[in-house]
Design a protein. Structure first.
Length: 298
């Protein structure tokens, strides 16, 4: 039996890199990159500028994937505010280009959106709650969601703040925190911003469930099982990996300057994904222990 062909855009990003490695043994996997050259054993990598409609059509029509996981995006929240034209081109126009190219060859599109489509008027948001982005990044991702909803054979997964093994390509929340703790520097973490952080391996399992045809609705929230602030997350991380928790400094969002506004609570309810996809993500401590064991076994 021929392996299903999977194309992952944004292969040099945190999620895309992990997805490529997760899927490469079971599927025929290709991954795109733009500014950061990419090499992953067992994965075909292609340079592609998603803002160029012509280039996207050429690349995707040649690869002929069965499924496109569209994870490429400009995720720099402050940078999106400062360069709105570039953010729109990457996050909205880029999504339109990938969506059209996928539709042209009959490929199914999985679009990865964000919990930052929500503001600060609620908590544990469901798929039925009305989005209200507080920053331009969130707005562009919501606009792209609307394009995907109109685009035929597709699904949107709102994915939360993720953590996992370092990719060695782009920075992440854990890399920043680990670097500070290893160097003995104080690390300031919010006590009043709540997310539902997700171990990236569990995100991959949810996306694979969609690839396997388990989805019944056009929108799912994919997050961790806990609503937790960043300081509490940091305390768990320090405990599991043996760092000095005294280096973690609790601060409020008002105490730290930020160019773009950020919500105080964008935690997501994952009950729909649990029911339809069999999604069962690990709690932070359990996931970090698994991550540590995986690193030590390499």
């Amino acid at each position: 039996m021929l392996k299903k062909k999977i194309l992952i855009t944004g292969g040099s990003g945190f999620l895309g890199w992990h997805l490529a490695r997760h899927f490469r043994r079971k599927y025929e996997v290709s991954a795109t990159y733009h500014s950061n050259p990419l090499t992953i054993d067992g994965v075909k990598t292609i340079r592609m500028n998603i803002t160029s409609g012509k280039e996207v059509v050429e690349r995707i029509s040649k690869l002929k994937p069965d499924v496109v996981v569209h994870a490429a995006a400009n995720t720099n929240v402050d940078g999106c505010k400062e360069n709105k034209e570039g953010a729109y081109a990457a996050n909205v126009t880029g999504t339109e280009n990938v969506l059209k190219a996928a539709a042209d060859i009959g490929a199914f599109l999985i679009y990865t959106s964000t919990d930052l489509v929500f503001g600060e008027d609620g908590s544990m948001y469901t798929e039925e709650d009305a989005p209200y982005p507080m920053n331009y990044y969130g707005w562009t991702k919501l606009e792209a969601e609307k394009k995907v909803a109109e685009g035929g054979s597709s699904i949107t997964l709102r994915v939360v703040l993720m953590y996992g093994a370092d990719t060695g390509i782009k920075g992440s929340f854990l890399r920043w925190m680990k670097k500070g703790l290893e160097s003995g520097q104080e690390v300031k973490l919010y006590t009043d911003q709540f997310r539902s952080p997700l171990y990236v391996d569990d995100a991959a399992a949810a996306i694979e469930a969609v690839i396997q045809g388990k989805a019944r609705k056009p929108l799912y929230h994919i997050g961790g099982p806990e609503r937790i602030d960043r300081y509490s997350f940091g305390r768990i991380y320090a405990g599991v990996f043996g760092f000095d928790p005294r280096l973690l400094i609790p601060v409020t969002m008002d105490e730290v300057a930020s160019r773009a506004r950020r919500p105080r609570d964008c935690s997501l309810s994952i009950e729909r994904a649990r029911e339809d996809l069999g999604f069962n993500p690990r709690a932070v401590r359990e996931a970090l222990i698994s991550m540590k064991e995986s690193i030590l076994s390499r």
